[in-house]
Design a protein around this ligand. Structure first.
Ligand code: BGC
Length: 727
């Protein structure tokens, strides 16, 4: 823990303030835009996928010398406007199909970062990725994935930051700030409600205005206020009947008018279906060859010429793009630079160490040094760790340990490959355990052999994996017979530990028969080392669940994934009736207990919480004490929940803080409570309304285990739609 704190301090001190921002980006943007020809203006309004594609071929001369990144917008050299070279994403500089030679530091999954509950790590990770992007010469990072986890089977949850708007918003905001500190523009995405991958481009996500404002939109709002991202990426799906990228209400009214957002809206790749999206607030068409037309070139020019779209709107879109470039300082000359891979590996290690969640431990962990023999079974643990697939896929330093084809129709024909990151847990465990401990690996391919090996060892560790990928959702069961493998090993050896490398919660029918369960998510390029750190106790586990872990599918608001198995192109509607009661809030509102609640995670030490006070009349401040009452150092995630609002039972995380404590140490924690977390969205008054009455708060070790409580009485009050103090 001390080591982690040191590393963070080092990282925070070093992110060289290399971004050269201008004092008044709006003025500079206006001045440059005024000098443009119309052709130059339109040139900034669409991006290309700089890879030869059959459907809308692009003059190869235009792509000459452009690396195979996700997006390319041609700059205007005579005015010093740089090319925009856009790369994915939040887990590292992505290179999903190894089309480029660059190798990048692979961070753990976004969900893992969320499990760290540590905003400083989010900043450090964002700065690390931004620094690498810059070193490769890319000035836009398509990061900031923040869609709330409304379904534990969503194939992209691993890229996102869990189910809570405060946690997701704060961490995304910090990651964005980190990236932009390096002079690299970050997005926040996918705006909004892209909550499942199945039929994502044909899905109409239906939700009430209040439900949306208090959940996914609140996460975006908090992230935008904190991180000031240069761009917002709109989503594939429809929202209440209108495609996200053509959604006037979301883009013009909520984002640009209510929140006063000054950056630009870029589309997701292949999400533009009509030129009218421009008037509806979309500023730039991305990966334009994936759409039917390059809408924001000739068709948009025709609209302007016919007077159907005002010229001022074109200037507005261009200025928004330029403003982001100057505000972030992204107009540097493209030149590759060396990368401190060793230093960056430390960031990956620290995130992984802080993100692993100890779900169950019946006195077996940390591993006793006296253990004579251990068999590690399955999960490719002899060669590396699992990673998640799709556009966010990083090709790690050292290259993939293996690529296992999955294949399939649609996006899977491209992204259907499991990439194993070369950080083998077996090697790390051998290095971390005494030389005398015999550690062998068994693939688990044959259940009988694995069980026989387990029977002969002091202890068995089964590593189970679940690969998830953009473009597809997955059921909660571990695939490929791994449940049967775990059950057979547990039957053969009572000292069985399960390590999960999954992108989501999974069902655990064998839970009662194993002694410990460690959730390692997709742990990134130091994942093997981090798993060994937790198993051996070199690091005291401090990850907490950033999403509820249901017993099984039937506990979800929607037991079935809408449209699963339907033909591509089938239009579906999903009613998000839970509104803002996402995840733990839904469980609490319905009186259902998940297997493990949001915020839950064990430690090798014990923490106590007390002395809660709440002060203030509108803007409330909470203070309380956290004590490490155990015998070893560790980090706690102190969590403050709202239990009743104006006397009515609710459950909302209103504050959290990660606290490193030596044994016996006590620390006072102070949390400023965002009034929106106490409020409801009042559609009639178009503001946040706090009803008069009693507000009860509790310090919890999870959303389901409220501890000491404190109440205050508040008067009815309205807060404006935006609390962005930077506006
Ligand atoms: C994804 C985006 C990504 C884009 C560019 C899309 O498929 O949804 O998250 O940024 O591709 O790679």
């Amino acid at each position: 823990m001390v080591r982690a704190a040191l590393i963070i301090a080092m990282l925070l001190a070093s992110p060289a303030a290399i971004a050269q921002k201008v004092a008044d980006p709006d003025a500079k943007a206006a001045a440059i835009e005024a000098q443009m020809t119309d052709d130059e203006r339109f040139q900034l309004l669409y991006g290309l996928l700089p890879i030869p594609l059959p459907n809308l071929p692009i003059d190869p001369k235009l792509l000459k010398g452009i690396p195979a990144v996700a997006g390319y917008v041609r700059g205007i050299p005579r005015l010093g406007v740089p090319d925009l070279l856009e790369t994915d994403a939040s887990l590292g500089v992505a290179n999903p199909l190894q089309l480029r030679p660059d190798r990048a530091t692979a961070l753990p999954a976004g969900l893992a970062l969320a499990a760290s509950f540590n905003p400083k790590l989010a900043f450090a990770g964002g700065a690390m990725i931004g620094g690498e992007a810059r070193a490769f010469g890319y000035n836009v990072l398509l990061g900031g994935g923040i869609n709330l986890a409304r379904d534990p089977r969503n194939g992209r949850n691993f890229e996102y930051l869990g189910e809570d708007p405060l946690l997701a918003g704060v961490l995304a905001g910090e990651a964005i700030r980190g990236t932009q500190s390096q002079g690299v523009i970050s997005t926040v995405k996918h705006f909004s409600l892209n909550a499942q991958e199945t039929l994502r481009s044909y899905l109409d996500a239906r939700i009430s205005e209040a439900g949306h404002r208090e959940s996914d939109l609140l996460a975006f709002q908090i992230a935008i206020e904190r991180g000031q991202p240069g761009s917002v990426m709109c989503a594939y799906n429809l929202i209440n009947g209108t495609y996200a990228c053509g959604n006037d209400h979301l883009q013009n009214e909520v984002l640009k008018r209510d929140w006063g957002y000054k950056g630009w809206v870029m589309s997701d790749w292949g999400a533009v279906h009509d030129v009218s999206y421009f008037a509806a607030g979309l500023d730039q068409q991305s990966g334009a060859q994936l759409d039917d037309k390059i809408w924001f070139n000739a068709p948009l020019k025709a609209e302007v010429a016919a007077g159907r779209v005002p010229r001022s709107r074109v200037s507005d879109a261009v200025r928004r793009i330029l403003r982001a470039i100057y505000a972030v300082g992204a107009d540097w000359p493209r030149a590759t630079q060396p990368i401190d891979y060793k230093g960056n590996a430390q960031v990956a290690r620290t995130v992984a160490d802080e993100s692993i969640v100890l779900l169950k431990n019946e006195g077996i962990l940390p591993l006793a040094k006296s253990t004579r023999s251990i068999v590690v079974i399955g999960g490719f643990a002899d060669i590396g760790v699992m990673s998640g697939g799709g556009s966010s896929q990083v090709t790690p330093v050292g290259g993939p340990a293996a690529i296992i084809p999955v294949s399939g129709p649609g996006l899977l024909s491209t992204f259907g490959r499991q990439l194993i990151i070369p950080s083998p847990p077996v090697r790390a465990l051998k290095a971390a355990m005494p030389k005398e401990t015999e550690i062998i690996y068994e693939s688990g391919y044959d259940v009988a052999t694995a069980a026989a090996r387990a029977a002969k060892a002091d202890l068995a560790i089964v590593v189970a994996t679940q690969w998830q990928v953009e473009g597809a959702d997955a059921g909660m069961a571990l695939p490929q017979g791994q449940d049967a493998l775990i059950a057979a090993v547990a039957a053969a050896n009572p000292n069985t530990v399960v390590v999960l490398e999954t992108g989501n919660p999974v069902t655990m029918p064998w839970l009662d028969r194993v002694k410990a369960v460690v959730q390692a998510w997709y742990p990134g390029q130091q994942g093997g080392e981090a798993i060994a750190d937790i198993l051996t106790g070199r690091v005291n586990p401090s990850g907490r669940l950033p999403l509820s872990w249901p017993v099984d599918e039937t506990q979800n608001p929607r037991p079935l994934i809408a449209g699963l198995g339907a033909a591509a192109g089938t239009r579906i509607t999903v009613e998000y009736r839970e509104g803002s009661d996402v995840g733990y809030r839904w469980f609490a509102a319905n009186g259902v207990r998940p297997l493990y609640p949001f915020g839950y995670g064990l430690s090798y030490t014990r923490f106590e919480h007390g002395g809660l006070t709440i002060t203030g009349r509108g803007d409330l401040t909470a203070e309380f004490m956290v004590t490490n009452a155990g015998k070893i150092a560790g980090a706690d995630v102190a969590q403050l929940y709202l239990m009743a609002a104006a006397g009515k039972p609710v459950r909302r995380l209103v504050g959290f803080e990660k606290v490193n404590l030596q044994p016996g140490e006590t620390r006072r924690v102070r949390i400023q409570i965002d009034p929106r977390l106490l409020a409801s969205w009042d559609e009639t008054r178009h503001s946040w309304r706090i009803d008069g009455g009693r507000y009860t708060f509790a310090l919890g070790t999870s959303a389901e285990t409220p501890g000491p409580q404190e109440s205050v009485t508040l008067k009815k009050r309205h807060y404006p739609v935006s609390l962005d103090r930077t506006r």
